[in-house]
Design a protein around this ligand. Structure first.
Ligand code: BGC
Length: 684
């Protein structure tokens, strides 16, 4: 390779026409980014597309191009179903390839440390094992289709406010045991071709130039063989290259194309070594060939019908029944009219906003300009996918009558509600990239609306489409609450499936729902409302006690705990036993469906005491589908890192008694079972 060819691979360009930037070449397909290949050497272009929740069509600029729009990442996390994560990855990889892309900018797994992060809906919840396993499986699925998948945003991009300037401070032990562990598990399991750095600083240094994270941790400690790409507009100097960043993405968005002219000068001046140059190029090419991304891209037909089944399965399995006094599942015959209120439920379901937003196969039912003050937000549109829950309910319950009320005039709505036999309120909270929530309260007076309706008609239930947890001051007044997240292009049908009982709900919360802001480590996004560019330090003092671990440690009772979720049947857990087999700790137990319906349980195994110290940590989970009366043996192998502490050079499992319990949530745990484990150390 010539040096010109090498440098060409080290920076990509935005492939979207952008105000103030040179237009991308006319023959490029509009997409998030592109790195031209080298035809002389048969090195393909790297054609990059965002793909966290489907193959996006940026701002709809590829006219008429649609894709399968998956539910929010949180919904996938709520399924606790690794196989489904793999299926969704396969689907994403296949659609990407058929549309002419070979690099997926997907696999967001920043831990949901804070209830307000605008991008939590793209991610996989608050637990490193759950997020790591699901992200890894999704990557593995995608790469089986001959495309490169990415995990992002490495690391601690856990709020959107001031994401470019924010300095996330965290102690090394805490970082290794939480956010870094999620990435480590995902990388081991999925072997993603690329890792995308974050925008923010970590302990003083921007992610894109953080030698500790990029080189010492990722490449040396974990032996990661792939390449590190930057986020778009996240590179601030040429020094990032020696710190371990291999590729400057969307380089036209940065102040300079650092990884071209300035990097050539560094090489000439001897400040960058030839070995490092070769290393970066080799990492990119290794991933291209390892994933089979060099296979020619031929645009081909997509089986959208089959792919819709994946979207529907995630939506249905990811819905979490938070409360049910017996009103659900809804009966069809012999029951009176139903009033459906709010959330545009007569036409569609809400989508989250930002670089993950897909133009769905089902079409868009409404696209409302919202006009956020800055960033992506300026082009903000609140989008509803054309998948109407009310229409789907009509089909599922043909003997009932349905009518819709917008809820814009609460008194009128309450008066109508009084005449219905049942009211279903669709409450929404719109979240997205570059926008953090300002509180746990449902916006636009929806709490007052729900309370007024429930007062007028006690036979009221609530379906939530939110990107984050919300408070529910009306919880005692309503009969049932279903958390549907942003349910994707099949969302309407999936909501009807669960409400009507065609599908027995099995989702479990992948995040804690606080009772009030004051319970959380931070009650409000630091810097919220400050102008872009302001510097800000956020100290993640809770360390690795993210989410439920924080609540367990401080004895706090949240509104709903991590892992909570109801079913229309009941399950029993029996005979938990632990055994050390060689070096491997194995848990065995049985799960029985003791109710009258087919259903799926998600037994969760928690570590509750480690070498005499109380802890709370998810160490295993499985989704088990059972016929009524069926009993099944489950086996879980426990990752030592979940039992150990990070101690400077590696992991240490201290000798002593370890206790475990099966939980119905992180706070509702069963009988504790102990085992004595020896001292053990493990490399990073
Ligand atoms: C986002 C990334 C995304 C990139 C390219 C950035 O704003 O943070 O997640 O992959 O844009 O669209």
């Amino acid at each position: 390779m010539s040096d010109d060819e090498r440098f060409q691979l080290l920076h990509g360009r935005l492939a979207i026409p952008w105000p103030g930037l040179p237009s991308p070449p006319a023959h490029w397909k509009i997409s998030s980014g592109r790195v031209p290949g080298i035809p002389r050497l048969d090195i393909p272009d790297l054609a990059e597309t965002d793909a966290s929740l489907g193959i996006i069509n940026p701002f709809g600029l590829r006219e008429g191009d649609v894709a399968t729009a998956l539910p929010a990442g949180q919904a996938l996390a709520a399924t606790f179903n690794a196989k489904l994560a793999h299926d969704s990855g396969v689907m994403l990889g296949a659609e990407a390839r058929a549309k002419g892309f070979n690099v997926l900018l997907g696999g967001g797994l920043n831990l949901a440390r804070d209830f307000y992060c605008g991008r939590n809906f793209e991610y996989l919840g608050e637990d490193p094992l759950l997020a790591g396993v699901l992200a890894g499986e999704s990557v593995r699925g995608s790469q089986s289709q001959g495309v490169i998948a990415t995990v992002k945003h490495y690391s601690l991009n856990v709020q959107e406010t001031l994401r470019d300037t924010l300095d996330a401070r965290i102690d090394e032990t805490a970082h290794r045991e939480s956010d870094l562990l999620a990435f480590q598990i995902a990388i081991e399991r999925g072997q993603p071709g690329a890792v995308m750095g974050a925008y923010n600083r970590i302990n003083g240094e921007h992610a894109s130039s953080n030698a500790h994270l990029l080189t010492s941790v990722l490449k040396q400690d974990w032996g990661y063989p792939g390449w590190v790409m930057s986020d778009w507009g996240a590179v601030h100097s040429v020094e990032s290259f020696n710190a371990g960043l291999d590729q400057q993405s969307g380089a036209t968005l940065d102040r300079q194309i650092w990884f071209d002219g300035p990097l050539r000068e560094e090489l000439a001046a001897g400040r960058v070594s030839r070995a490092r140059l070769s290393d970066a190029v080799r990492r990119i090419l290794r991933s291209v060939y390892a994933a089979g991304a060099d296979r020619p891209l031929e645009e081909s037909a997509i089986d959208y019908v089959a792919h819709a089944q994946v979207a529907r399965a995630i939506a249905a399995q990811g819905m979490v029944l938070l409360k049910n006094d017996g009103v659900l599942p809804l009966s069809d015959a012999g029951a009176g009219p139903v009033l459906v209120v709010g959330g545009q439920a007569h036409i569609g379901v809400l989508a989250g906003y930002g670089s993950s937003m897909v133009t769905p196969v089902c079409g868009v039912a409404a696209s409302i300009p919202v006009g956020a003050p800055s960033g992506f937000g300026q082009r903000s549109r609140q989008v509803y996918f054309a998948s109407s829950p009310m229409e789907a309910l009509r089909n599922a319950l043909p003997h009932r009558q349905f009518s819709y009320d917008s809820g814009y005039f609460p008194q009128t709505t309450a008066a109508r509600a009084a005449h219905a036999s049942l009211v279903i309120v669709f409450a929404t909270q719109w979240q997205g990239e570059s926008m953090d929530a300002d509180s746990l309260t449902l916006p636009q007076g929806q709490d007052a609306l729900i309370a007024a309706i429930a007062q007028a008609n006690p036979n009221t239930l609530v379906v939530l489409q939110t990107g984050n947890p919300v408070r529910m001051p009306w919880l005692k007044q309503v009969r049932a609450v279903l958390q549907a997240w942003y349910p994707g292009q099949e969302g309407g049908a999936a909501i009807a499936d669960v409400l009507s009982g065609r599908v027995n709900p099995s989702g479990r919360l992948p995040v804690t729902f606080p009772l009030a802001e004051s319970q959380a480590p931070r009650a409000r996004a630091p810097g919220l409302g400050a102008p872009d560019g302001k510097s800000l330090t956020v100290n993640y003092f809770e360390g690795s006690d993210v989410g439920y671990r924080w609540y367990a440690k401080h004895g706090l009772r949240p509104l709903f705990a991590f892992g909570h979720g109801l079913s229309y049947t009941h399950f029993k857990h029996l005979g938990l036993k632990l055994a050390l087999e060689g070096n491997t700790l194995v848990a065995r137990f049985e799960v029985e469906n003791i109710g009258e319906r087919l259903g799926a349980d998600v037994p969760q195994l928690y570590l509750v005491e480690a070498a005499g110290q109380p802890v709370r940590r998810l160490v295993g989970f499985e989704r088990v589908e059972l016929q009524p009366g069926e009993r099944r043996a489950v086996q879980m192998t426990i990752d030592v890192r979940l039992l150990a502490r990070w101690e400077g050079e590696g992991w240490s499992q201290h000798a002593g008694r370890y206790r475990f319990a099966l939980g119905r949530s992180a706070l509702k745990i069963g009988r504790r079972v102990g085992i004595v484990l020896p001292q053990r150390t493990l490399p990073p």
